[in-house]
Design a protein around this ligand. Structure first.
Ligand code: DX5
Ligand code: ZN
Length: 225
């Protein structure tokens, strides 16, 4: 996984057909997805349960791009090994998930996986200032995590602050929640390079009728150009 700041669209499979993850991933990658965003929710850190490491391992063979695992769970540390073994390329934990986020990030990196840190909308950019040498990605949540299909919360000034703070470090800025062809240009201009989009990518299509996935991805990409 070589580092670059080109724009990457990461469809969230939270908006895909849960009974057909493999076919959905094959379809959305064929239609131009750059990364696949995998949302893990525990019903404790966030008020919803999605799936865990077993599902991640099952879908891994379908992901030819990058498996970007977003852990909305607390605690994180007892489950890291499971997601590493499942084949994640990036594992992101929330800065709000516990008092020892630095230890969590160290454990992810020690396992040979890229480490990400996510910030809820209510958490300031300064919360990750002392973590920048321990991370490969900062995820700025533009919704309160837990559900797909929510409206975008404007965090562009936080993204700008982070972009300046990061400087030349090889750290991705990812934006997650309510990203559409309308909101994408705002966050891309502020300095984000990985755009997660669930509903905006999967709307109107299916694994057997995947053309809309490609149209939706291209609409987001060209809105940012
Ligand atoms: C929210 C998840 C997001 C979500 C994005 O808790 O972390 O990744 O699936 O979905 P949309 O793009 O529909 O807001
Ligand atoms: Zn997510």
């Amino acid at each position: 996984m070589a580092f670059d700041r080109s724009l990457k669209i990461a469809p969230s499979i939270l908006a895909a057909d849960f009974a057909a993850f493999g076919a959905e991933i094959d379809a959305v990658e064929a239609e131009g997805a750059d990364w696949i965003h995998v949302d893990v929710m525990d019903g404790h850190f966030v008020p919803n349960i999605s799936f865990g490491a077993t599902t991640c391992a099952a879908i891994r063979p379908h992901i030819k791009t990058v498996m970007d695992v977003h852990l909305m769970i607390a605690p994180v540390d007892p489950y890291i090994d499971g997601f590493v073994e499942a084949g994640a390329d990036v594992i992101t934990a929330h800065v709000e998930a516990g008092p020892h986020i630095h230890r969590t990030l160290q454990a992810i990196r020690r396992a040979g996986v890229k480490a990400g840190v996510a910030l809820n909308p209510g958490t300031p950019a300064s919360a990750v200032e002392e973590l920048l040498d321990a991370v490969d990605l900062v995820c700025v949540m533009t919704v309160n995590p837990g559900f797909g299909g929510q409206s975008f919360i404007d965090m562009t000034s936080k993204i700008r602050t982070l972009r300046a703070m990061i400087g030349d470090r090889p750290i991705h800025i990812e934006v997650d929640g309510g990203v559409t062809a309308k909101t994408a240009p705002l966050v891309a201009a502020a300095g984000a390079d990985v755009l997660v989009a669930g509903s905006a990518v999967f709307k109107g299509g299916s694994a057997t009728q995947p053309a809309p996935y490609g149209e939706n991805i291209r609409a987001i990409r060209s809105a940012c150009a």
